[in-house]
Ligand binder design. Structure first.
Ligand code: CAA
Length: 389
């Protein structure tokens, strides 16, 4: 069985007790407070905000935030292990956890001033406030640099106009970090990051997407119509937003890799148990090479993905550059999640195609991981640029 004991050796020798403790706590929470509702939330596209708040009480929504700001002050090994445990049960909740922790809170934690951290980070760390992060627009997904949402300084305020798309918690967020154009279109120094609080006049949520998978994680448009935001909400300096966003994605991609791995492990465990129980031709189907070799491939890919994640997490914990390694982890783990979930459906046969068994949901949820926070193609672009530098 794929578990934390047999796949996290080598990289986290000093932290293994802490990783295990966090993983046990997240697993226990997921079994009690998420598993019973997974299909109901999925079918009705219910975003379980109260569940996120409960996770906040346990420190799961402020995992990387220093204790000084109310967070758990942990590192990427614990964070990645916790996301995996949640994603084994529900990818959507894992995705919300990732977006809140690494993107919104992460951006304020790395680039906010002491005053900004005291104002927003402490509320985000406990999930008193839910966070969102907006980079993507309708016409600029992969090509983020050409975004068109503008922020123009007018006295003590920025006036924001435009829209952000595919935003996790775009409607339910209490606070959002938004990348806006303060300079020339296409200029990497023409983008800034600004914090916008809910209820700021001119900030509303648009269409909620009706998605194939990750249906319990809210995805909406965020609209800015002459939205006036105090200029002290700028993170860092004007013009630093694009580089900040790229650095945030470097870390964020570890969490999407961990999310992918959790989905893959969930699908693998379900498929292995089923293969041992399901009898055809007078014996368990696990005895047939057609099935056992599939399980061997699934397990090998899962462990290889885990090694890439541990490598990226280790670099991140040590404050090293990880652009290539996090893109590799995200690219590989997300493709593995799709392949493993696909094999799991195949092993379940007709039952796997129904909503009575969990693998059809893993299959639907996994696909998002090859798209969100940079498609597999963008990861290959990032990896190849780093290799050829
Ligand atoms: N770290 C630091 N700086 C970086 C960097 C990194 N990882 N990557 C790029 N930069 C810098 C470059 O050095 C360059 O700086 P200069 O202009 O000073 O030389 C600048 O940023 C521009 O970089 P590029 O020339 O490489 O820009 P590009 O347009 O050719 O490519 C890209 C950039 C890698 C394709 C980038 O646009 C990208 O990652 N795209 C995918 C975006 C993505 O992942 N979107 C998902 C967001 S999720 C969301 O919004 C919704 C949600 O709720 C989660």
């Amino acid at each position: 069985m794929i578990n934390n004991e047999n796949v996290t050796n080598g990289f986290d020798m000093n932290q293994s007790e802490s990783v295990k403790m966090v993983a046990d706590m997240a697993r226990d929470f997921a079994e009690k407070h998420i598993r019973p509702y997974v299909m109901e939330w999925d079918e009705a596209q219910i975003f379980p905000v109260e569940t996120l708040k409960k996770m906040g009480e346990l420190g799961l929504l402020g995992m990387l935030v220093p204790e000084e700001f109310g967070g758990a002050g942990l590192g990427y090994f614990e964070y990645s292990a916790a996301i995996q445990e949640i994603a084994k049960v529900c990818g959507s909740v894992g995705l919300s956890m990732a977006a809140h922790n690494s993107l919104c809170s992460g951006h304020i934690m790395y680039f906010g001033s002491q005053t900004q951290k005291e104002k927003w980070l402490s509320k985000l760390a406990t999930a008193e406030w839910i966070g969102a992060w907006g980079l993507t627009e309708a016409n600029t997904g992969s090509d983020a640099l050409r975004m068109t949402t503008t922020a123009v300084l007018d006295g003590d305020h920025y006036i924001i106009n435009g829209a952000k798309n595919w935003i996790t918690h775009g409607k339910s967020c209490d606070v959002a970090v938004v990348m806006v154009r303060t300079g020339e279109k296409g200029d990497s120094k023409g983008i800034s990051a600004i914090v916008v609080e809910k209820d700021t006049p001119g900030f509303t949520a648009g269409k909620k997407e009706n998605k194939l998978g990750m249906r319990a994680s809210e995805t909406t448009e965020m609209i800015f119509d002459n939205c006036r935001v105090p200029k002290e909400n700028l993170l860092g300096k004007e013009g630093e937003g694009f580089k900040q966003a790229m650095q945030i994605l470097d870390g964020g991609r570890i969490s999407i890799a961990a999310l992918s791995l959790g989905i893959a492990k969930g699908a693998f465990i379900a498929a292995t148990n089923y293969a041992k129980e399901r009898h055809q031709f007078g014996q368990a189907i696990a005895n047939f090479q057609g099935i056992s070799f599939k399980l061997a491939d699934m397990a090998t890919r899962i462990e290889a993905a885990e090694m890439l994640i541990l490598q990226a997490a280790d670099l991140k914990n040590r404050g090293k550059k990880l652009t290539k390694e996090s893109a590799m982890a995200k690219y590989y783990a997300s493709e593995v999640a799709v392949a493993v979930a696909n094999d799991a459906v195949q092993i379940f046969g007709g039952y796997g195609y129904t909503k009575d068994f969990p693998v059809e949901k893993y299959y639907r949820d996994a696909k998002l991981c090859t798209i969100g926070e940079g498609t597999s193609e963008i990861q290959k672009l990032v990896i190849s640029r780093e290799i050829l530098k």
